[in-house]
Ligand binder design. Structure first.
Ligand SMILES: [Zn+2]
Ligand SMILES: [Zn+2]
Length: 399
């Protein structure tokens, strides 16, 4: 059983409290060491070819992440035969972002619980956490097979997932052989650091900075800058609206090199069945047309509610023996959701209301307000909610 399993209560996943949420500094040493490695460039000979190698490895490995790990393994937005599937997975491992099953499994959780308590890297838990903290914690080291059962049935993918270090080591040795120490330091290590943070921007900045076209139930944004450095992944609001679309830039000016490349590969019959965004959905559920932006409302409302010591509409952890009561009394998350009394607190005829009762009623009101907002959002959306990730296990085998 994974840590995620143990954290699931009453249909809602809540983050385990304690050390699992903190950076594991010992196991994070290699992560920081790789960041320092490019500084060795001051002590070795670096040629222009090493910089070209750096750029090429950034672009190519970014493609393996965006097309392979993300659009194929996480969302199955196109198809490949088993050989190309393996090569795409192997290419992904060279980006030093763990194995394809781990990556895609956790990304599916992000889509299932976006900006809710079960989200693995929501910026609501802090910029550091969303960018890199969640990877460096012990919380999400394991992969729940149920999240990626459709691909976990391939032994070659399980092998790559378990031995995901093989690709990076082979690539690093290749860089050393081709470019010497300069090739290793700039070609491999510097491009790896840039690649990491380019990819991580989608988890952090693409939920903080940018424009929202669609009224999705999360905080995703469209960002030209993030699209530029990620080969088209910056159109993150588009992506959360239609996750199974292989194309993430919906307009001609929304650059999406990953999609351009996949189209070229489709001509060569390397990939096929590219899922396009349904035309009838592209111009619907837009914020500018009046669709109620439940994602941002929820975000702002939650931040305001936190000031009262409450988290709206989200069941909290059960109190443990010895837990101190939360600030402001015994209300808030550590109590079952209270019912709203017929009379408002303090109304004539109402029995004396204590501070803790007041907090309880406030929490109930906050929860009810959130429910009303959800209803409003559903009513203003002109279509059904966008299709989410299909249930695992229904993908026909590659042919
Ligand atoms: Zn997202
Ligand atoms: Zn996604």
């Amino acid at each position: 059983m994974t840590s995620l399993d143990t954290a699931t209560t009453a249909g809602s996943t809540v983050r385990e409290e304690g050390r699992a949420d903190r950076t594991d500094w010992v196991s994070a040493i290699p992560f920081f060491a790789v960041h320092l490695a490019p500084l060795a460039a001051f002590f070795v000979t670096v040629t222009w070819e090493d910089w070209v190698l750096c750029a090429v490895l950034y672009v190519v490995r970014m493609f393996f992440i965006t097309a392979g790990y993300h659009r194929y393994f996480s969302h199955r937005s196109f198809r490949m035969n088993r050989t190309f599937q393996f090569l795409m997975a192997f290419g992904g491992t060279t980006a030093v972002q763990k194995g394809p099953l781990w990556w895609a499994g956790h990304h599916r959780i992000h889509h299932r619980f976006t900006d809710l308590d079960g989200d693995v890297h929501s910026p609501r838990d802090g910029l550091w956490w969303s960018h890199v903290g969640w990877i460096l914690s012990t919380k999400y080291k394991a992969t729940d097979p149920d999240d990626i059962r459709d691909f976990a049935r391939y032994p070659e993918l399980r092998f790559l997932d378990r031995f995901s270090w093989i690709g990076p080591w082979l690539l690093a040795l290749g860089c050393l052989a081709v470019g010497g120490w300069g090739g290793l330091v700039i070609g491999f290590f510097l491009s790896t650091v840039l690649l990491w943070h380019g990819t991580f921007l989608v988890n952090s900045m693409a939920h903080i900075v940018g424009k929202r076209r669609y009224a999705t139930p999360d905080t995703s944004r469209n960002s030209f800058f993030v699209a530029l450095v990620t080969g088209g992944e910056g159109w993150h609001n588009n992506h959360h609206y239609l996750p199974s679309s292989v194309r993430q830039g919906f307009r001609w000016w929304e650059i999406d090199p990953t999609w351009y490349t996949l189209r070229a590969l489709a001509v060569l019959h390397v990939v096929r069945d590219l899922k396009s965004p349904p035309v009838r959905l592209i111009d619907q559920a837009r914020v500018r047309d009046g669709a109620f932006d439940i994602g941002m409302f929820r975000s702002y409302w939650e931040r305001a509610a936190k000031l009262t010591g409450n988290r709206p509409g989200v069941p909290g952890p059960q109190p443990q023996a010895g837990d101190a009561p939360p600030e402001g009394g015994a209300g808030g998350l550590l109590r079952p959701e209270p019912s709203i009394p017929d009379r408002a607190p303090g109304e004539a005829g109402d029995p004396a209301v204590g501070v803790s009762d007041g907090v309880s009623v406030l929490q109930a009101l906050i929860t009810r307000a959130m429910e009303s907002a959800d209803q409003l959002a559903r009513a203003t959306r002109r279509t059904k909610p966008p299709p989410s990730v299909e249930p695992a296990g229904s993908l026909p085998p590659p042919s």
